[in-house]
Design a protein around this ligand. Structure first.
Ligand code: FRU
Length: 518
């Protein structure tokens, strides 16, 4: 084992002082969502699992708190909940900044970059040469590789980079590599303008162009970024379908950045979207990994052992509309909680589900629950004496939905209010952070309620609410609709209430677990 990973206290708990950084950490730094100690972070990159460790790299600018020359930062974890930051993995070089990409363990040493029987880990990323932006704009982005012989701790850049030159496309980036076992080939997908390109390789160094996907389908409100491609079993069947994730910014359903997905088949060369899926998408594009404003550029881990078998995802918990302006100074941005992705057949097509990784359950502390709560108008469910709402997992069930709006309200003594819930009259889920604290750093932050149309019929409502100081992650109906948003309250939220429109409804079950994570 090369790396040590303990539950180390975060800065917030080490420092009792009142420095601005400590105060900021106390107020805003999440307990169980990864943040870098200092500096700017965006997309998750290069995630792989090896020898008991989950690796997470990320777009990182260590010398400032806004986007700058990109490095790959690095963190490791044994459970995807508690992370330990590592030294910077990749620094900018003469080919450019180190933009987003992926990593795989080359177990068979197909690349020949392994030594002394050590399987190399290969990272593939975009080299972004900002010097050419003016003079040669369609030749800025090329693809490069780096290899690690110590399980991802330190990296050597390949001497013949770039391994894929630019074919004359301005936005040509974010390679995601996958081992296509059925055809014994490496497959890579990257974003090229507003489509994706597929490539194949035998050795991760020489790549052959295969095909293009995306013309005339899906959302094209902005540039396509950070794609992913992987097979997923259709729950409860013997079928396997291929899921193609594509982030887009702007163009997101609720403004700015968001991640759409396509379901179909991949024959080793071409990704073909499922016919019914395409029809549904044409009727209404409701195929978003997350309907909140703060889950972007998310991709999945490679090399999860077959004995585990999960498809694990993490996203960047921000949005390009305001990421550079959010009111933190020491660091900027957190990742989402890692999630397991599942695929179900639904309404004649398919639906991608996300659920929190089960490892979070290991952190459940004191439990509080209530059954059969009658709500007329408004009922307080939790206060700060019952549970610390800064870090909590709340699960609830409503068995019979009435024709009303179910609004959960988080509030504090400073008058901040975060509302979210489900409008059963008009069949949509929502989050409204317009009054949830500081919003004036951007016109796009609290301007309007985020909505997610319910794309399936269900008479009951189930939900998991994850709260971590400055973020809420909502998983409705076993992950069929997910909404993630950040907020900046002036004081911690202390009470949770449920409100309806003056109608008596029954909340069948609610349970709250404080999460014991520092
Ligand atoms: C997505 C993205 C990627 C790019 C990276 C640069 O958020 O724009 O397409 O590689 O960020 O930091």
């Amino acid at each position: 084992m090369l790396l040590a990973c303990k539950n180390e206290p975060k800065i917030a708990d080490q420092q009792q002082d009142e420095t601005p950084a400590a105060i900021e950490d106390g107020n805003y730094r999440p307990f169980f969502h990864f943040t870098p100690k200092v500096g700017w972070m965006n997309d998750p990159n290069g995630m792989f699992f090896y020898n008991e460790y989950y690796h997470l790299y990320y777009q990182y600018y260590p010398d400032g708190n806004t986007w700058g020359p990109m490095h790959w930062g690095h963190a490791i974890s044994t459970d995807m909940v508690t992370w330990k930051e590592q030294p910077i993995a990749l620094y900018p070089d003469e080919l450019g900044y180190i933009f987003s990409g992926s990593a795989v363990v080359d177990h068979e040493n197909t690349s020949g970059l392994g030594e002394r029987g050590i399987a190399p880990v290969i990272a593939m990323y975009t080299s972004h040469n900002s010097k050419k932006e003016e003079s040669d704009p369609t030749n800025v982005e090329t693809q490069s590789i780096a290899y690690s012989l110590d399980e991802g701790l330190s990296w050597t850049k390949y001497e013949d980079n770039p391994v894929i030159k630019n074919p004359g496309i301005k936005d040509f980036r974010d390679p995601k590599v996958y081992w296509d076992a059925a055809r014994s080939q490496w497959v890579m997908v990257l974003a090229a303008g507003q489509v994706t390109h597929f490539y194949a390789s035998e050795n991760l160094k020489d790549w052959k162009f295969l095909s293009t996907f995306g013309d005339g389908i899906g959302n094209h409100g902005g540039v396509w970024e950070c794609p992913d491609l992987f097979p997923l079993p259709v729950e409860g069947t013997e079928d396997v379908k291929w899921v193609h994730l594509v982030s887009i910014s702007p163009g997101g359903l609720n403004g700015g950045s968001a991640t759409q997905y396509f379901v179909g088949d991949f024959d080793g060369k071409t990704f073909t979207v499922d016919e019914n899926f395409a029809k549904e998408m044409e009727k209404a594009h409701t195929f978003w990994v997350d309907f909140g404003k703060d889950n972007y550029a998310g991709v999945t881990w490679s090399d999860i052992p077959e004995t585990d078998g999960r498809r694990l995802f993490i996203g960047w918990m921000s949005n390009w509309q305001y990421a550079n302006e959010v009111p933190t100074e020491t660091w900027r941005s957190a990742m989402t909680l890692p999630r397991e992705l599942k695929l179900i057949a639904s309404e004649g097509s398919y639906r991608l589900l996300s659920i929190p990784v089960k490892e979070l359950e290991g952190y459940r502390g004191a439990k509080f629950k209530k059954d059969g709560v009658a709500i007329k108008n408004k009922e307080q469910l939790i206060d700060s004496k019952t549970a610390d709402l800064r870090r909590a997992e709340i699960n609830f069930t409503i068995s019979n939905l009435e024709e009303t709006v179910y609004t959960f309200e988080l509030s504090n003594s400073r008058g901040d209010l975060l509302s979210f819930g489900y409008n059963h009259k008009d069949q949509y889920f929502f989050i409204d952070r317009s009054a949830a604290g500081i919003t004036n750093f951007s016109d796009d932050f609290g301007d309007k309620m985020s909505k997610a149309k319910k794309g399936y019929s269900e008479d009951s409502l189930k939900g998991t609410i994850l709260l971590d100081k400055t973020s809420i992650e909502l998983f409705f109906d076993d992950g069929k609709t997910v909404m993630t948003e950040i907020f900046f309250p002036k004081a911690p939220f202390e009470t949770l209430a449920l409100k309806t429109e003056n109608q008596e409804v029954i909340l069948d079950h609610i349970e709250v677990h404080e999460l014991k994570i520092n």
